[in-house]
Design a protein around this ligand. Structure first.
Ligand SMILES: Cc1ncc(COP(=O)(O)O)c(C=O)c1O
Length: 478
């Protein structure tokens, strides 16, 4: 197929050439009513007009664009998503899993996976990931953990992996997929951070190639697509893809954004036409940047990820949060910080393309000059307690739904059941999940993260050192 083509963008251009007068939604009327400087963008923000097809029932430009997508990723069928990987994760879980199905899930997953499990009312079995001692981050689950889980729960319906992790870390997914398939279960992969894994000489292999049944990718994270633009790929003929379409039609907006779809069409073409000389350029420019950082200051340490587009920057004796703040004071904005480091996501450039490495290097140099000796402190690595490799919820989702809750001091919460999801954000991996027993280790970890300046999503009273736990007796909500 001609991967240079971008059928949605072509359809939008054809429409624009007609100098159309808008007497339809959206209310900005082809950008006539728009904020200063944004009228050109608004002109492409149209609706399901003649010639522009319909995401929920594609037969024309969108259908063609999705075929090109499937062709590039070598999938059975591929879909554009306009509500992020979040909607893809929800749809794949709801399509495959029914109430009370046993589902294995890597515990360091995004909250959208946990929300999907809750909506489907399955019986989740959490598999604790291994820790990578170099990046100091959780990675994937071990084969031993998976094998033990199948011994404990042989009736598992599906296993959900997160690959790669937010930090770009990968693991032996092929072996795990084979193990799951040997037990007749489905493999669902949240590959939000791996949409660029088709250039396998340099990047890790995509879960599509490794045999996953369904793969969800946030094109907007690593490819040049607009925020929320994502892909869902079905890679196995036995997947009930009509059910996926059914849930996507329920969960996604009935007015999908043409701007997002156009950017998805562009991102696929950008990746599919990517050449070796583009890659060489990307890697060379990146190396020069990394070199400039390590030569700048002996206190800087770079940690490599499995994904070359991700680097972790540490500065001796500064927390990642403090380092991020220093960078931002100089106008360098990075993806996230954790207690030890800052995660930087680097661009996938085409040969000769502009980039901002030189300015970034200068600004980082300026930022580090402002670190005064009294700010220095040593950060001891700490981990969430991971003794228990396999765990479940203490109550079913139906039981949790109707339970009342109360606010208790952090130390009092140990041994009780979490009533609210609490998620350090980014990376969006919940520390507590509704219905999960709260351990002393996770409270300790929460306290340390909070004291170091981590940000949290979810309903909590952490500024008062309190979280919500389920009422044990007589607590059902009327
Ligand atoms: C691993 C993972 N999965 C899913 C998501 C949700 O993706 P989206 O923002 O595209 O909805 C994220 C977002 O950060 C993520 O990190």
């Amino acid at each position: 197929m001609n991967q240079k083509r971008m059928p949605i963008i072509e359809a939008l251009e054809n429409h624009k050439k007609k100098n159309p007068l808008s007497f339809h939604v959206p209310g900005h009327k082809n950008g006539l009513i728009s904020p200063v400087g944004m009228d050109k963008i608004f002109q492409y923000d149209v609706t399901e007009l003649t010639g522009l097809d319909d995401l929920h029932s594609p037969t024309d430009a969108i259908a063609e664009a999705q075929k090109l997508l499937s062709d590039h990723y070598n999938s059975e069928k591929s879909y554009f998503l306009v509500n992020g990987s979040t909607v893809g994760n929800l749809a794949m879980i709801l399509a495959i899993c029914e109430e009370n199905d046993v589902v294995f899930v890597q515990r360091n997953c995004h909250k959208s996976i946990l929300n999907g499990l809750m909506l489907a009312k399955v019986q989740p079995v959490f598999l604790e990931p291994e820790w990578d001692p170099v990046s100091l981050t959780p990675t994937g689950i071990s084969l031993q953990t998976l094998q033990q889980a199948f011994r404990d729960y042989p009736n598992c319906k599906a296993c959900i992996f997160t690959y790669p992790t937010y930090y770009g870390m990968t693991y032996e997914l092929k072996l795990l997929i084979e193990e799951v398939h040997n037990h007749g279960a489905y493999v669902l992969v949240d590959e939000a951070h791996g949409s660029h894994f088709t250039f396998t000489l340099t990047f890790p292999k995509s879960s599509i190639e490794l045999g996953a049944d369904i793969t969800v990718q946030s094109a907007h994270k690593m490819l040049p697509a607009m925020t929320m633009g994502s892909y869902l790929h079905v890679n196995n003929k036995s997947v009930p893809y009509k059910r996926i379409e059914y849930f996507l039609s329920i969960l996604q907006s009935s007015s999908p954004s043409y701007l997002i779809m156009a950017s998805l069409d562009f991102a696929r073409s950008y990746l599919a036409t990517y050449q070796s000389d583009d890659l060489i350029y990307t890697l060379n420019e990146m190396e020069k940047f990394k070199q400039s950082l390590v030569e700048m200051n002996t206190r800087i340490k770079l940690v490599e990820s499995n994904d070359p587009l991700k680097i972790l920057i540490r500065y001796e004796e500064l927390t990642g949060y403090e380092l991020l703040e220093k960078f931002e004071e100089q106008g360098v904005y990075c993806e996230l910080a954790d207690p030890y480091q800052v995660l930087m996501i680097l661009p996938l450039l085409k040969n000769g393309a502009e980039h901002s490495y030189i300015q970034a290097s200068q600004k980082i140099n300026n930022a580090l000059k402002t670190v005064t000796p009294k700010e220095l402190k040593y950060i001891q690595p700490f981990y969430k307690d991971t003794d228990k490799k396999i765990s479940t919820l203490s109550l079913t989702y139906r039981e949790i739904e109707n339970k009342d809750f109360k606010w208790v001091n952090l130390d009092e919460a140990i041994g009780q059941i979490a009533a609210k999801m609490i998620t350090p954000y980014p990376p969006g991996i919940p520390l507590f999940v509704e219905g999960e027993e709260i351990t002393g280790g996770s409270i300790e970890y929460l306290k340390q993260l909070f004291n170091l300046g981590a940000k949290f999503q979810g309903e909590h009273l952490l500024h008062e050192k309190k979280i919500a736990v389920l009422n044990k007796i007589g607590g059902n909500i009327k």
